[in-house]
Design a protein around this ligand. Structure first.
Ligand code: ADP
Length: 506
């Protein structure tokens, strides 16, 4: 396609090397003489403007420009002819080129001046900007798309340099912190940190510099009005095109509501558990009186015996009286223990987890759970596994679950001929500890089994129907599971598992 230049139009730099360079250059090269006529038109120019060199040489540059730029170039030429200066304002500019077929495209013309045969001339380097413009348009679109996302996000989003200076600040950040973007950009991010948490920033930036992201880190930041807010922060490194970390982007979510809701839920569920426990024990107040009656009667008997013995002249009486007083003391202690256990159980209290032996917890719960049930009519079997790992639990809550299961089992067996209650503890897979309560009661219909753990589901006249719902939520809050399976020999088995914990220190 490239034809040899007519001899007359060759510049003085007509050595073959220069010609080869011009021919091979990606950007087009043109020369325009002082009459405004094209005297050099490189191969790249040919493919950009789709003119063959011989169609252009000796013509004015106007044919290569879109309409609005032609006049300007004519004026520029006049200026050049008058002053000898090709360019008054700079080295080049963007304008619209015109191809042979009339189509237009963006070009960048860099213009310089030269001298050939002691005549001045323009030397024009032509760069086709089509690809670049497309890229710019895509970039601009991507940027505005991303900016729109960032601006419409509910989370505060900001970016900062590696030395902690804020470089961007979205609308949600303005709302959350009360500072405008102009107030924040270019200032240090630690303005948002409460004084006692300023140390956090160094740790965050150390991890970011190492290319690490920090996800959902819960902390506290300060609003412009000085009010602290609970936030969850996610920080990710920002890298340049070479992959080098140059800053960090930060997403900050206000979790005040979540925290409040969590605290409210906790208070509510503690309240509900308490109500359930009081309810559980309220139902058996008569039975409690009976339970206490036994040791108290014994105390009375022993003290009467002691009184008589003290008055006696029998030489062995003193030792016997002593023995009776000791026994009276033991019975008083027993009564005290019963009351203490009940008080612990129904007392309003904060949740507290400690390492416990599930066998001991189960035995304690049995003492409480069977009060007032016709325990004498129930055949009770206790199978405790030895060597169980401890469990990290709120003892009263787990006892509450057991008491509920035991009382339900006793209720279910009230009308049964066989009344067998089997309570078993066992390890499961080495990672769980299981407790099961098996009865030979009425059993649960399939229809009821589906709803059993929902609140207010009861088949009992005076039932509240919250026992199993609360029990399940207690077990799940401990990371365990509470389920019901039918007892193959009639009745049901309620069982729960709790995560076994290996003690860090013995
Ligand atoms: P409540 O005891 O107040 O009814 P629960 O949530 O403890 O509340 O129990 C809900 C229902 O589940 C009971 O009313 C009963 O119908 C059924 N249920 C619970 N445990 C057993 C059991 N061991 N055998 C048969 N039915 C049971």
């Amino acid at each position: 396609m490239s034809q040899p230049l007519p001899r007359s139009s060759l510049p003085p730099w007509d050595d073959p090397l220069f010609e080869a360079v011009v021919a091979a250059a990606v950007n087009g090269v043109m020369a325009i003489d002082d009459r405004g006529l094209i005297s050099v038109f490189s191969t790249a120019c040919e493919s950009m403007f789709q003119y063959r060199r011989d169609e252009v040489l000796g013509h004015g540059i106007a044919m290569l420009l879109a309409a609005p730029f032609r006049e300007e170039y004519d004026a520029r030429l006049v200026q050049f002819q008058d002053t000898g200066k090709a360019n008054a304002t700079g080295t080049g500019r963007e304008l619209t080129g015109r191809r042979k077929d009339g189509s237009e495209f963006p070009v960048f013309l860099s213009v310089g001046e030269g001298v050939h045969d002691s005549r001045r001339m323009f030397v024009v380097v032509v760069q086709d900007l089509t690809g670049l413009q497309l890229e710019r348009a895509i970039h601009a679109e991507q940027r505005s798309f991303l900016a729109a996302i960032v601006d419409s996000a509910n989370d505060a989003i900001m970016s900062k340099t590696l030395d902690g200076m804020i470089t961007s600040w979205n609308r949600a950040a303005e709302t959350l912190f009360g500072y405008s973007a102009t107030e924040m950009i270019g200032t240090p991010i630690i303005r948002l940190f409460p004084p006692d948490l300023i140390g956090e920033e160094a740790g965050i930036m150390k991890r970011v510099r190492a290319g690490e992201a920090i996800e959902h880190y819960e902390t506290v930041r300060l609003r412009k009005d000085g009010k602290p807010i609970d936030v969850s922060v996610t920080v990710s490194p920002i890298r340049d095109s070479a992959g080098v970390v140059i800053g960090a982007s930060k997403t900050v979510r206000d979790i005040t509501e979540k925290k409040l809701a969590g605290a409210r839920m906790q208070a509510l569920s503690a309240e509900l558990s308490h109500v359930a426990r009081v309810n559980e024990m309220g139902q058996v107040s008569a039975a409690i009186a009976h339970e206490l009656n036994q040791p108290l009667t014994a105390v009375l008997n022993y003290t009467n015996v002691a009184k008589r013995l003290i008055d006696s002249t029998d030489p062995a009486a003193k030792a016997k009286a002593y023995e009776a007083v000791v026994k009276a003391g033991e019975q008083a202690l027993r009564a005290g223990h019963i009351i203490q256990r009940l008080r612990d159980f129904v007392e309003k209290r904060d949740s507290k987890r400690t390492f416990e032996d599930i066998n001991a917890v189960t035995e304690d719960a049995l003492a409480l759970g069977l009060i007032g049930t016709r325990a004498d009519a129930i055949k009770m079997t206790l199978v405790l596994a030895s060597g169980l790992e401890p469990v990290l639990i709120d003892k009263v809550e787990i006892q509450q679950v057991l008491v509920n299961l035991l009382r339900n089992a006793a209720d279910a067996m009230a009308q049964s001929e066989r009344r067998e209650l089997t309570v078993t503890t066992a390890p499961v897979n080495g990672t769980w500890v299981q407790v099961s309560v098996k009865d030979t009661g009425s059993g649960v219909s399939e229809e009821l089994a589906e709803r059993l753990f929902r609140p207010f589901v009861t088949t009992k006249a005076g039932g509240m129907g919250i026992g199993l719902a609360i029990s399940r939520s207690i077990i799940e809050a401990h990371g365990g599971r509470l389920t019901m399976v039918p007892n193959p020999s009639g009745g049901t088995v309620f069982q729960f598992i709790l995560p076994a914990t290996k003690r860090m220190v013995d």
